[in-house]
Design a protein around this ligand. Structure first.
Ligand code: SAH
Length: 344
């Protein structure tokens, strides 16, 4: 029988599993303690369990689902990790070091189905969803192997988190669980390209997790040309879903907006974005486009243009931030994660 990833299990699921084998359920809490509080990477290190129980766990379960292949550090201390999965696929995670906080950018899939024109992961073929364990292990690796204290967790690595909805939600529940990682929901952000059905489902979960939406244009024609997903989930449909989300949760949505020279950075673009954001009481995060090797035609808007765009939004009362580009020389910006194994 194939072994199971133990980190795919919630505490309750693990208790149930153990009970089936006549193992007292309190052992599940002990196992969680070793995994999530101590970061052990070997069942035999779980020293308050009997030898038989440890052998049982080792026979049934896999403890570590990812393996570090390499880490690249940029001058600004951004670190990009390349992880190898059990089937030989690769994913990447990034630690972004800002003055007062550290952010971990988490991948949710190998590759991506959606083919956004500006995004390196989108240009890669979709391979598969990540298991819960593979999502959780990105966090555990940084916490226990690198001993980095992360303040914010964003699902902005490779993949579309809402296309791997169930595993991402289960992973968030393990992140939240005090007996596991105990990470507060407000420190977690899920970023979606605008999958309307999942946004509707997500709002009913009543989780205090932040929602970010990759908008990139408030004009249907432009958005569709950048993001093929907008053909099915038009701005009108997306707008309705966001309105429902806000009405139900009262949570402020962040609209992500990559600024691409001559494509979505005109005065008119700013005005439509301001209108869209005001309607949704949303915040805007402007992101200078970072060049990816998969797209030769796009370049970043100039600083001057970004400032002008920013000022228009602010003058319309929109709460706006501009994202600093981080980790440029190691291609570690969100959307540049392609999980390619390179030799440079
Ligand atoms: N599929 C999800 C999560 C992927 S991360 C989503 O679409 O939201 C997506 C984010 O990565 C974008 O919103 C943007 O913030 C960033 N991104 C992608 N490609 C980029 C690029 N070339 N330059 C800068 N940011 C990029």
């Amino acid at each position: 029988m194939e072994k199971l990833f133990i980190k795919n299990f919630s505490l309750l699921e693990l208790e149930k599993y153990l009970i089936n084998f006549n193992i007292p359920k309190f052992h599940a809490s002990q196992i969680f303690f070793w995994i999530y509080k101590k970061g052990v990477t070997n069942f035999f290190d779980m020293t308050n369990l009997s030898k038989e129980t440890r052998e049982f766990l080792d026979e049934k379960f896999v403890l570590n689902s990812i393996e570090k292949e390499e880490a690249k550090k940029a001058n600004d201390k951004t670190i990009k990790y390349l992880f190898k999965l059990f089937d030989g696929n690769f994913i990447e995670s990034v630690v972004i070091n800002q003055k007062h906080r550290k952010t971990l950018c988490i991948s949710s899939q190998v590759g991506c189905k959606y083919g956004c024109k500006f995004c390196a992961s989108g240009m890669m073929k979709f391979k598969r969803n990540l298991e819960v364990s593979e999502i959780i292990d990105q966090i555990l690796y940084v916490k226990f192997e690198e001993k980095i204290e992360i303040d914010n967790y964003v699902f902005m690595g490779m993949g579309e988190p809402f296309d791997n909805y169930e595993n991402v939600i289960s992973a968030i529940k393990i992140m939240n669980d005090k007996k596991a990682l105990g990470i507060a929901s407000r420190r977690i952000t899920v970023s979606t390209n605008g999958l309307v059905k999942q946004i509707e489902e997500f709002k009913n979960l009543d989780m205090q997790v932040n929602l970010a939406v990759s908008l990139h244009s408030a004009d249907q024609t432009i958005r569709k040309s950048l993001m093929p997903v907008a053909e099915k989930y038009t701005l009108t449909k997306l707008s309705r879903a966001l309105k429902n989300y806000f009405e139900k949760t009262n949570r402020i949505i962040t609209l992500e907006y990559i600024m691409i020279k001559g494509i979505n950075d005109s005065r008119n673009d700013a005005l439509s974005l301001a209108e869209f954001a005001a309607f949704h009481k949303a915040k805007v995060n402007l992101i200078p486009y970072s060049k990816t090797s998969s797209n030769k035609y796009f370049s970043a808007s100039t600083d001057e243009n970004i400032n002008r765009f920013f000022n228009i939004l602010v003058s319309k009362g929109i709460s706006t931030t501009v994202r600093n580009s981080k980790g440029k020389e190691i291609e570690a910006a969100c959307g540049q994660l392609a999980g390619m194994k390179t030799n440079n």
